[in-house]
Every structure is written in structure tokens, then in C-alpha cells.
Design a protein around this ligand. Structure first.
Ligand SMILES: [Ca+2]
Ligand SMILES: [Ca+2]
Ligand SMILES: [Ca+2]
Length: 631
């Protein structure tokens, strides 16, 4: 053991030499009194204490007239800074070192940080029982060597609460998160041991904050100078790489990188095949390559996660209140979106099956393909917004666009709730109405199709060939008054044959003269005049749409009918009388010709645009004069 073989070593946290008076933070450039040229430190000056008189202030090391402290061979210089209950302490200094080797590690006793300048010009730091060569910064980029002929800027960041150290060499973070060699709650001293050659020390600054004139670079490009990052966050942000590619640090698994990830870090997964179950419990961005993971993805509640590359997963579970965006194509076998969570797709999506209790939104011209059943909650909060894209459910033959909610019985012969509104603009041209059971539709024939350009104002409508039946089943809580408002392009024909009047609250057909015929107390009533006396009704054209509106009152068991927005019949008894007490279904039959349907609204409120509809809603019939009732 030979302590003097410690070459150019800097010890922080050691006891001071000869225990001089302890005082607070310092900021010394040795350019002014008491550090005049030739001053020595055998007797302490400004908390500085030297081993011998060879340690002195000189003015020969700079081109510009400035003093530094010469620390010759086999000398020690110490400054004893006493800072109790330290949070963060920065030790900034400039040094022209003598490069060498270290043999004696007994000096680590009582030291929080021990470093020296190695023969190859790199800062060496003792950690984990070995010397760490600081030839790269914490982003894996090589740093310049320290020269024996020029000052190097060294900054040591000490975080006493976390007992960790970060060191910058010439404004490059070469290590961070380095544990103290020994535990300290207080800053003790700064000590420089020189053994084999001469070193010059200048601009020693031991303060609670870094020197902003020295630490100005933003090497990681997060728009905050890295010294400031250390000061603010205790570490500088990095990119956590995963897979086969360059970059530092780079992990073999996504989860390992996630575990290392800290706030403000980026996560970069290289293209490749992964096989792991991944849990994301922080908000972050996955950049920017496509990768395949045969395992599952679980995103914790409340997290905000963005995937910038195309990804393939087995199962994806998105926790409550989480927000997840897939900017590129995404494939998974099962997608589960928890309540109040939202998932946004910016690329094409292939999902084997999905459970959506939150919302799914598609941006851009994306298509979401769901192979099998998509289930959504019974409470109706499942929300699908495909206004910028399309939803394909291949098993159900569904091809939809727009904004819509779906019920929990997707893919089955389901029922719609009130208010039910469908203008058929959601569906792609050619969609079979038989496949729209999730919207309450039922069709007797695959030939009943959604067709573009066939609806009201050349919009999209449902077209029925002859001998077909189209229905919509409504499951609604018992509601006294329901309006069914729709547009039809009928065929004219004879009255239907016998039917079971006990099954219906309202029956109508379009007769051979184009008038609506309504079953009224055992007979067909021809609706050829408006009840308000405004004249005859135009026959319902076979080449254009006519609006028909039916009001059903489940308290009085009577109906009223509007054609073209005006009342044609009122107080029509339900064929079934009082046997039916709430709305069940709407059904259209095309008997010997075509029938087209558009803009159907089954609502509890009065549809707009109907003349005197409020009177019907309130009184079941047109009223005149002033009525007073006493009971
Ligand atoms: Ca100076
Ligand atoms: Ca930065
Ligand atoms: Ca339409």
C-alpha cells in the first residue's frame, strides 16, 4: 500500500486535511485577495489547506492574466466545506491534471466520490468495486480526452437525499445515478491528492446550484440544458432502446426497458420479434419502428401511451381512463378497452375480437377490421367514432363509417333503444340489412341492401325487393307516447290479406291509387285529405320519397297519422286495443314491388316539421277553442 501512488485523485466527502475551520459554500477563482500570486495554504486561506508550501497560487497557467493553484508532486490540497442537511451540492472546478494510475484504494474510506484522471485521458470513477472509465457520456457518445496542457471542466452533482452522484466532464454527463461510496448526510470536503506530477486547479465552486456559465449544453435535445435537468430532475433523460440496434442503453426485452424508463425518457423499440407480456404503467411514447410481440400488452389505468410504429400483439388490455393512440397499423387477436378509456387508431387495424367499454376512435382514412364479435357495454357508454375511417366487422359483414354507438348485442338479432334514428349514411353501399342486427334491424332477405344515391336527396337508403320484410326491434322502457317518423318510396298495391290484428298497434299500406290506407276500427281508411281542411293529399309517389309520421299513444291506445308533415287521420284505435302497452318493432313488407326506406326516427319527442303535432302529443287530436275541465 502506498497512498502516494494515488495520482491526481479528487476525493469528495473526505475529512479535510489538518481539520481547518469549516465554513459554507465557496466560489473561488484565485484571482484576487487573499489568493494573490505566490500565496500558499500551509495556513488555511479561504478554507483551503495544503500539505506543504509547494501548493501555491500562480499566474503562469493561463494566456490571459488569471491565477490558478499549482498542486505539485506529492501534495494535497483540501477545502473543507461544511454544509449540513444538504439537498443537492455541486462541486464545479477546472483542472489541468497529471495523468496516471491508481493503486491505493484505502482512500475510499470516508469518501462519497473518488475519481482520478487515467493514463488514457479519461476520468476514472470508483464504483461497485471497480474503476469506471468515463470515455462515453450517458447517451453512449464518446467524450474528448482530458489533456495535461489544458483546463478541463469537471462538475460533480451530489444528491444527498438519494445518495447519488452525477459527473460532467466538459459539460458532458459521463455518469449519473452513481451511489455514494459511503453514506453522507452532509457535504464534508473537497480534496485533491497529487502524486507524480503537477496539476493546476482553478474556479472551484461548491454551491447548491450548478454554474450556468459552464453547463450550457443540451446534449439530449429536450430543450433543457443538461445541468439544469440534473438540478431539476436529478437525472438527464435518455432513450431506452430495445432490441437489435444501436443506441445506449439497449435492452433485450421491452419490459426491461420499461422498468428502466423514467419520466421524460423515450422508449425506442427496434423492429423485430418479441415474445413477452408487457405492462405499461407510465405514460410514454413508443417510438418509431414496427415490431411484433407474440405476448400481451397491458396498459395501466389512467396512462397516456402513444405507439408510433406499426405493432402486432396478442391481447391488448387498456385500463380504465387510459388514453392510447396507435399512430400506425395495429394488429391484435383481442382488444379490451376498459370503461372511460379511449383508444385512437391512426392506421389500419386488424382485431380478432374486441370488448369496448370505453371508446374507439379512428383518425385519418383508417379502417378498423374486427373479425368477430365486438361487444360493448349494456349501459351504452361504448362509443365508436369512425367519422374519419371505417369499421369492418367481417363476421357480420358490417362496413360502417361515421359516429355511432352500438349495443352490447353486436352481431346478434338485437334491438335498438329509443330514440332510434337511422339515415343509413353509416353503412357502405351494398351492406346487407340482414347484417345490421346490432342496430336493431332484421331482414328476411339478403337482397335488402343499403344503397348509395337511392335515399332522400340522393343520400343512402335501405332498398327492399319484392316479397321481403325489414324490421327494426326497439327495446324501450314503457313509454306512453312514441313517434315513428320515416320516409318511404312505395309500390302501390291492394290491401294485404288477413292478418292478426291482435299483434299490431298500427297497420297501413299504400293503395292502388297511391293513398295511404290505415286500419281503423275494422276497416281500411283512405287518407286522401288533410284533417285541417287544407285539401287533398298528393298520392305517395313511387319515384320519390314521402314522409309518413305515426303517433302512438299507449295510454289511450290510439294512433294519429301524418303524410307529408300534415295530419291525415287521428284517434285511430290500436288494432290490438289495450293488449300492447309499449313499442316493440317497426316492420315494412314489400309485397309485389319494391320499397325504399330512409330517415327513420323512432322517438319519444315530437319530430320537428310536423304541423300541429304538439296538439296530437298533448290531446291525441286536433283541438279548437278554449276548453275548461272540472272534476
Ligand atoms: Ca483563476
Ligand atoms: Ca437536456
Ligand atoms: Ca339517407
Amino acid at each position: 500500500m502506498n497512498r502516494l501512488r494515488i495520482i491526481g485523485a479528487v476525493l469528495i466527502g473526505a475529512l479535510g486535511l489538518l481539520a481547518p475551520a469549516r465554513a459554507g459554500f465557496i466560489d473561488h477563482n484565485f484571482d484576487a485577495d487573499p489568493f494573490t500570486n505566490g500565496a500558499t495554504f500551509v495556513t488555511a486561506v479561504g478554507q483551503w489547506q495544503a500539505s506543504d508550501a509547494g501548493v501555491m497560487v500562480v499566474n503562469t497557467k493561463y494566456v490571459s492574466p488569471s491565477n490558478s493553484v499549482l498542486i505539485p508532486t506529492r501534495s494535497v490540497l483540501t477545502n473543507t466545506v461544511a454544509v449540513t442537511n444538504a439537498g443537492v451540492v455541486w462541486t464545479d472546478f477546472r483542472i489541468t491534471p497529471f495523468l496516471g494510475e491508481v493503486y491505493d484504494l484505502s482512500a475510499t474510506s470516508g469518501v462519497s466520490v473518488l475519481q482520478y484522471f487515467g493514463l488514457d485521458g479519461y476520468l476514472m470513477v470508483w464504483t461497485n468495486g471497480g474503476w469506471l472509465t468515463c470515455s462515453n457520456d450517458v447517451w453512449g457518445q464518446p467524450v474528448s480526452k482530458v489533456s495535461t496542457s489544458a483546463f478541463a471542466d469537471i462538475s460533480v452533482y451530489q444528491n444527498f437525499p438519494s445518495q447519488t452522484v452525477a459527473i460532467l466532464v466538459n459539460d458532458r454527463v459521463v455518469v449519473q445515478d452513481l451511489p455514494f461510496l459511503n453514506p453522507f448526510n452532509d457535504y464534508g470536503s473537497f480534496r485533491y491528492n497529487e502524486a507524480d506530477g503537477d496539476a493546476w486547479l482553478d474556479d472551484v465552486r461548491i454551491q447548491a446550484t450548478y454554474d450556468p456559465a459552464r453547463l450550457t449544453h443540451d446534449r439530449n435535445g429536450d430543450t433543457m440544458a443538461d445541468g439544469n435537468e440534473l438540478q431539476t430532475y436529478g437525472y438527464v433523460a435518455r432513450i431506452q432502446y430495445v432490441g437489435s440496434g444501436s443506441g445506449y442503453p439497449c435492452y433485450g426485452t421491452i419490459q426491461a426497458a420499461l422498468n428502466a424508463w423514467r419520466a421524460r425518457d423515450a422508449l425506442y423499440v427496434y423492429a423485430g420479434q418479441y415474445a413477452e407480456n408487457v405492462t405499461v404503467s407510465s405514460s410514454m411514447t413508443f417510438g418509431r419502428q414496427a415490431f411484433t410481440n407474440s405476448g400481451s400488452l397491458t396498459i395501466g389505468a389512467g396512462m397516456n401511451v402513444v405507439f408510433q410504429g406499426a405493432t402486432v400483439w396478442s391481447n391488448i388490455t387498456i385500463g380504465a381512463n387510459a388514453q392510447v393512440a396507435f399512430d400506425q397499423a395495429m394488429t391484435c387477436s383481442n382488444l379490451s378497452v376498459s370503461a372511460n378509456a379511449a383508444v385512437t387508431f391512426g392506421g389500419s387495424v386488424n382485431v380478432g375480437s374486441a370488448t369496448v367499454l370505453g371508446s374507439v376512435q379512428v383518425s385519418g382514412a383508417s379502417t378498423v377490421t374486427v373479425a368477430t364479435v365486438l361487444s360493448v357495454p349494456t349501459n351504452g357508454t361504448g362509443h365508436l367514432d369512425f367519422s374519419g375511417g371505417r369499421l369492418l366487422v367481417t363476421s357480420a359483414g358490417v362496413d360502417m363509417t361515421g359516429t355511432f354507438s352500438i349495443t352490447n348485442t353486436w352481431g346478434t338479432q338485437a334491438t335498438a333503444g329509443l330514440d332510434f334514428i337511422d339515415d343509413f349514411e353509416l353503412y357502405a353501399d351494398g351492406t346487407q340489412m340482414a347484417n345490421l342486427g346490432f342496430r336493431g334491424w332484421g331482414a328476411s332477405s339478403t337482397g335488402i341492401l343499403v344503397r348509395d344515391g337511392q335515399g332522400v336527396a340522393n343520400s343512402t337508403a335501405a332498398l327492399m325487393p319484392a316479397n321481403a320484410t325489414l324490421s327494426n326491434r326497439v327495446a324501450a322502457a314503457s313509454t306512453a307516447k312514441v313517434w315513428t317518423d320515416y320516409y318511404i318510396r312505395p309500390s302501390w298495391g291492394e290491401a294485404p290479406f288477413a292478418f292478426d290484428t291482435n299483434r299490431y298497434t298500427f297497420l297501413s299500406y299504400v293503395g292502388p291509387d297511391g293513398y295511404l290506407n290505415v286500419w281503423n276500427a275494422g276497416n281500411w281508411a283512405v287518407c286522401s285529405n288533410y284533417l285541417d281542411g287544407s285539401g287533398p293529399v298528393d298520392p305517395l309517389a313511387t319515384g320519390s320519397y314521402t314522409r309518413v309520421s305515426v303517433f302512438l299513444n299507449y295510454e289511450s291506445y290510439r294512433a294519429s297519422v301524418f303524410v307529408g308533415g300534415k295530419l291525415v287521420l287521428q284517434q285511430v284505435p290500436f288494432p290490438a286495443g289495450g293488449a300492447i302497452t309499449n313499442y316493440n318493432s317497426f316492420q315494412g313488407d314489400s309485397l309485389d314491388g319494391n320499397l325504399a326506406l330512409d330517415n327513420i326516427r323512432i322517438t319519444t319527442g315530437v319530430p320537428s316539421g310536423l304541423s300541429r303535432a304538439q296538439e296530437i302529443q298533448l290531446y291525441d287530436g286536433l283541438m279548437s277553442g278554449s276548453v275548461f275541465k272540472i272534476r
